[in-house]
Write a protein that binds this ligand. Structure first.
Ligand code: ADP
Ligand code: 5GP
Length: 231
């Protein structure tokens, strides 16, 4: 049975970096390419990062019920086409969706068995550093865009309790290992199997340590770094 993995994170936390890394590490996992009305950024290509469409086309797709979920993020539409899930089901593959917190809460209603993962940056300052590094690498530093993403992050982070797993993306290697452990452990669970081999036990233990209830007690300093206002 096809499993759906939902990943959300404030922009700049490292979600795309993590998702790209996991592509070569986990088999039978497909990645949904969303539709968006925003313009391509940097070296992005139509059909690879997103399908770039006009508002008219997007609104027609909404009217025809072609989206599994859709949302307005940073003033643009973003949506996951139902077709991606249908195709993954036909191929017997799992599906990974990189969507914002609004899309994730829509899917938690329509796909209650989906496994959800929230990625947090180590703190607000590090999120800002990453946003700045990325935008200077793309030669697109726009202060207003960075400030807007930081404000949105502050709101999005408050939704972390709606997710099954929390990954604090500090050391990239650790985050990749944890994401892999979550996916493989959830697959085992869906197949009705308990970990038997030593490697399966290790993965299950790592995944368990990333469950919301186990991570929550240590999140205070991260949440505080976003809640504090500077004067
Ligand atoms: P997102 O997809 O969440 O918007 P990106 O994957 O584009 O974020 O990452 C934002 C920036 O942070 C990129 O420059 C990326 O190389 C960097 N980055 C990602 N993960 C880490 C990490 N664990 N430590 C340091 N920098 C990271
Ligand atoms: P970006 O413009 O930085 O690529 O993405 C901005 C935000 O839109 C991110 O939080 C990303 O997860 C979200 N996003 C991308 N695709 C979708 C989608 O299909 N649906 C929803 N709801 N959000 C999406």
């Amino acid at each position: 049975m096809t499993q759906v993995f939902i990943i959300s994170a404030p922009s700049g936390s490292g979600k795309s970096t993590l998702v790209n890394a996991i592509k070569s590490l986990v088999d039978r996992l497909e990645f949904s390419v969303s539709y968006t009305t925003r313009s391509p950024r940097g070296s992005e290509e139509d059909g690879r990062e997103y399908y770039y469409t006009s508002r008219e086309v997007f609104e027609r797709m909404i009217a025809k019920g072609e989206f599994l979920e859709h949302a307005n993020v940073f003033g643009n539409y973003y949506g996951t086409a139902k077709k991606f899930l249908d195709d993954a089901i036909v191929r017997g593959h799992d599906l990974l969706l990189d969507i914002d917190v609004q899309g994730a809460s829509q899917l938690q209603v329509s796909l209650p068995d989906a496994v959800s993962i929230f990625i947090l940056p180590p703190n607000k300052q590090e999120l800002e550093n990453r946003l700045r590094r990325r935008s200077s690498a793309e030669r697109m530093t726009d202060e207003a865009v960075i400030q807007r993403r930081l404000e949105t992050a502050t709101r999005e982070i408050e939704k972390y309790e709606e997710y099954d797993y929390i990954l604090v993306n500090d050391q990239l290697g650790d985050s990749i290992d944890s994401l892999k452990a979550i996916i493989l452990t959830e697959r085992l669970k869906a197949a009705g199997r308990y970990p038997t081999r030593a490697d399966e036990h290790m993965l299950a233990e790592l995944a368990r340590s990333r469950r919301l209830e186990n991570v929550k007690p240590s999140l205070g300093p991260i949440l505080d770094s976003f809640r504090k206002t500077t004067v």
